[in-house]
Design a protein around this ligand. Sequence first.
Ligand SMILES: Cc1cc2nc3c(=O)[nH]c(=O)nc-3n(C[C@H](O)[C@H](O)[C@H](O)COP(=O)(O)O)c2cc1C
Length: 222
Amino acid sequence: MAWVGLTVNLTDLGFMKGVIFETIVSTSNPNGTPNAAPMGATMQDPQTISLNIFNSSQTSRNLKANRCAVINLTNDIEVYYKTAFKEANPNGKLPQEWFEKADSVKAPKLQSADATVDVSVVDMEPIGAEKTKFSCNIEKVNAAKMCPQVYCRAMSLTLEAIIHATRVKAFVNDEKQQKNVSKLLETIDNCNDVVNRTAPNSAYSAVMADLMKRIDSWRNKP
Ligand SMILES: Cc1cc2nc3c(=O)[nH]c(=O)nc-3n(C[C@H](O)[C@H](O)[C@H](O)COP(=O)(O)O)c2cc1C
């Protein structure tokens, strides 16, 4: 996979039309500091990616204000965890040294990313009252030279647990959502069991242990 020096497009990176792929979207905050969060990204055509994002997120506010972002590709589970839950970082903030300026848009990119896609927002469409669909034009694709990566089930299961946990956090204090919360917690428990079986003493089991503690702390809140 010697990408360096080649012209790389979305299909080379594994994107398929209409399929949601998990990425880290980095944007610039109003005070100029970098922000990043895991977001699903869907290729609409070779030149367009769409993002469906909750209006309550900082990423949505930054995209509306700056109309650009970097879509970062990584398999690093810690990056997903610490960008989903900023409170899991030292001082509760994303390390600024993780970021550098992107080449072709006014947004930060993750230094550790395996590939980055600089995008500019060309259209914003409300999805109900809670979300916005951002259609993004591809400005530049950068990809690092890297080895093929062996697949471990713990990666997708830990990611699944993190995404469910973002919902648990949003619903945990809402009386009407308790049935949903129980279902999500059951799924997270199942993910935890398989992660500990397939990847004991790994970065995945460490993230799961921290996540389980964090979830307990939300549930114990009055
Ligand atoms: C794998 C994964 C995928 C996610 N995809 C989305 C998404 O497509 N849209 C969204 O609004 N939130 C998504 N989230 C949740 C956000 O990442 C989460 O709410 C985050 O805290 C938002 O951070 P921000 O406020 O800095 O933007 C996802 C989380 C994970 C772990």
